[in-house]
Design a protein around this ligand. Sequence first.
Ligand code: NI
Length: 254
Amino acid sequence: MIFDSHAHYDDKQFDQDRDQLLSSMKSNQITKIVNIGASIDTTRKTLSLADAYDFIYAAVGVHPSEVDCLNEESFGWLKVQTGHPKAVAVGEIGLDYYWEKDPARQEQQKYWFLRQLSLARETKLPVIIHSRDAAEDTMELLKQEHGIHGVIHCFSYSKELAQEYVKMGYYIGVGGVVTFKNAKKLKETVKAIPLERIVIETDCPYLAPEPYRGKRNQSLYLPYVIEAIAQIKDCTLQEVEAVTFRNAEELYGF
Ligand code: NI
C-alpha cells in the first residue's frame, strides 16, 4: 500500500479526467492521499475532494506565494476548516524567497507563516512546510515555535539541514526529484537520514519522476520514487513502501 503524502488533485490540469484517475487509485495500491490546500480557494476545493473520496484527506492552509488572499476574515474561515472531520494538517505553509525577492513582502510571508504555525499548535495538527531559497529564516522560525511537528515537503536543502530537522522531530518529504540524474543533493539527503523519517509525495501535477519528467505527475508514478529510494538505501521496494506508509500515517495522526 502506498500513501501519497502531498498532492494537488484540485489543480485544473486534472479537470479532464480527475474522477477517472482518482477512481483507479485503490486498485493500484494507492490507498491514502492527502490533498494540500495552497490558498483559500484551493483549500475549499481540497475539502470537497476529501468529502467525495473516502481515501482522500485534506490539509488546509495558504502557501507563501498566495498570502495575499489572507486577512482576518479569511484566516478565521481557515481556522474553522481545521475542525473538518478529514482535515489532518495545516499546509502548505512557509516561505518562498525564490519567487519573492521584495523584503517587505517576505515579511508578510513570515507574518502569515507564524499565524498558521500558531493555528497548528492550537489545533494540535501537524504542519506541511514549503520552503524555497529561505533555509535560514524557515529554520529560525521553526526553532522559535516549539511544540509543532510536521514535514518539510519537497526537501531541497543540504543533508546537514535535513539531519537537523530530523533531530527536531520533522519528517522529510521526498518526491519525483529523487529519480532525476542531477539530484545529487537530494540523493545524499536520503542516504543520510533514517528511512523512518521519510515520507513520499508526488506534489502532483508537478515534479513527475523519471521516466515521466516534465509530464503531468500523479500518484500512480510513486513506485518510481520508491524504487529510487530503495536503491539509495540498499533495501527492498517492499520495505520502503511499508515504512513510508507507516511514517505518513504517523505524521498525519491516523
Ligand atoms: Ni505542494
